[in-house]
Write a protein that binds this ligand. Structure first.
Ligand code: UDP
Ligand code: MG
Length: 321
C-alpha cells in the first residue's frame, strides 16, 4: 500500500469538546518539531456536545485534520475500526482525546515501529492518575489477559496510546468492546512482534471517564473468553465439542453395560435382582449419554456454521512472489 504520510493519529472521542483544541495544538507542535508528515483522524462517536463543531473548524483551517462523525454513540471499538479503515500513514497511532495520553510519546513510538521492527507498541501507564477503583481491577485484568493471550510482556493491554505498523490495523477487526484486546487480536492475525513503552499519564482534565461501572469487568472477561475460544476452536468446533461429547457418551455406555451386567448376573444366579434405578450407574448413564449427544450435536452444528462463515478462507498472507 502506498502511504500518504509518516503518521496517522486516530483519536476516538465521545463528548470531549473542552480537550480538543489543546490536543490538536499539542499534536501539531510535536509533528512540526520532528518534521513528520501526518494526518489526524478524529472519530466523533456520537458526541452530544460541541466536539463535532470544533473538528469542523480544525478541518477548515488545517489540511492535516480529518473527521468522521457517527450518527450515534457506538463505542470506542467501532470508532477505532473506522479510524483504522481511513488511516493512510505508515505508522498509525491511537490516543484518547481526554489529554490523559501525551502526544510527546509519538516520536519514540514511531521510532520503535520503523527502526526496531515492532508490529505493535502498546503504551504502559506505569504511574497512573486514575482512582483506585480503576487501577486495582485493571491489574487483575491484565494478569488474566497475559495468561490467556500468551503475550507475557504487556502490562497494560487497554492503554489508549498505541502505535501500529499500518498493515496491522488493516488486518484486524476491532468490534464490540474488543479494543481492550487489540494486542491479542494482532497476535491472532500473525503479528508477533509486540512491544511496550512506558508512557506518561495525566489525570483527566475535563469531563469524566466514559468507562465507569462494574459491568465492564464482566463484559471484559466474557470478551476475553470469546477471543480465546474463537482463536482455539473457532474454525474447528467439532474438535472440542465432538471430543467431549464422545468421551461422555462412552462413559455413559460403560455405565449402561455395568448396570446391565449386574442385573443379568443376579438373574442368572437366581438371587433377587435389585431395581436398575437403585444403582447410581443408572443415573450416570442417563446424564452422560444425554449430555454427550448434546455436546456432539453442538459441535456438529458449530462445524456447519463455520463451514458457511464468509471469512472461513481469509488467511493472513504476508508476501507473494
Ligand atoms: N470514547 C469513545 N466512545 C465511547 C466511550 C469513550 O470514543 O463510547 C473515547 C473517549 O472520548 C476517550 C477514549 O475513548 O477519548 C477513552 O475514554 P475514557 O477516557 O473515558 O476512558 P478511561 O481513560 O477512563 O479508561
Ligand atoms: Mg481517559
Amino acid at each position: 500500500m502506498e502511504h500518504k504520510c509518516d503518521i496517522s493519529v486516530v483519536v476516538p472521542l465521545f463528548n470531549e469538546a473542552e480537550s480538543l483544541p489543546e490536543l490538536k495544538a499539542w499534536i501539531e507542535r510535536v509533528m512540526k518539531e520532528h518534521g513528520f508528515t501526518y494526518e489526524v483522524i478524529f472519530v466523533n462517536d456520537g458526541s452530544t456536545d460541541d466536539s463535532w463543531r470544533r473538528i469542523e473548524e480544525f478541518a477548515a483551517q488545517d489540511e492535516h485534520i480529518h473527521g468522521i462523525k457517527f450518527r450515534r454513540n457506538y463505542g470506542k471499538s467501532p470508532a477505532l475500526f473506522c479510524g483504522f479503515k481511513a488511516a493512510q500513514g505508515k505508522v498509525v497511532i491511537t490516543m484518547d482525546a481526554d489529554l490523559q495520553d501525551s502526544p510527546d510519546e509519538i516520536p519514540e513510538l514511531y521510532r520503535m515501529i520503523t527502526e526496531e521492527g515492532y508490529d505493535l507498541v502498546s503504551g504502559y501507564k506505569q504511574k497512573r492518575y486514575d482512582p483506585l477503583s480503576k487501577t486495582l481491577p485493571t491489574k487483575l485484568f491484565n494478569a488474566t489477559a497475559r495468561k490467556v493471550s500468551g503475550i507475557h510482556n504487556l502490562h497494560d493491554f487497554n492503554c489508549g496510546l498505541k502505535a501500529y505498523r499500518c498493515e496491522v490495523v488493516k488486518n484486524i477487526e476491532v468490534y464490540g468492546e474488543m479494543h481492550r484486546y487489540i494486542p491479542y487480536l494482532a497476535k491472532n492475525a500473525g503479528f508477533a512482534r509486540i512491544g511496550e513503552k512506558v508512557v506518561h499519564h495525566q489525570a483527566r482534565k475535563f469531563g469524566k471517564t466514559k468507562f465507569g461501572g462494574l459491568n465492564r469487568f464482566v463484559n471484559g472477561y466474557l470478551d476475553l473468553l470469546s477471543l480465546w475460544f474463537l482463536n482455539s476452536f473457532g474454525l474447528k468446533p467439532m474438535h472440542v465439542f465432538g471430543f467431549l461429547g464422545s468421551l461422555m457418551f462412552f462413559l455413559g455406555f460403560v455405565a449402561v453395560v455395568t448396570v446391565g451386567a449386574i442385573k443379568l448376573a443376579h438373574l442368572y444366579s437366581g438371587t433377587p435382582a435389585p431395581l436398575v434405578t437403585d444403582s447410581p450407574w443408572f443415573y450416570i448413564a442417563l446424564t452422560t449419554m444425554i449430555l454427550g449427544t448434546q455436546l456432539f450435536v453442538a459441535g456438529f452444528l458449530g462445524e456447519l456454521v463455520s463451514r458457511n462463515a464468509p471469512g472461513r478462507n481469509d488467511y493472513q498472507i504476508e508476501k507473494e512472489i
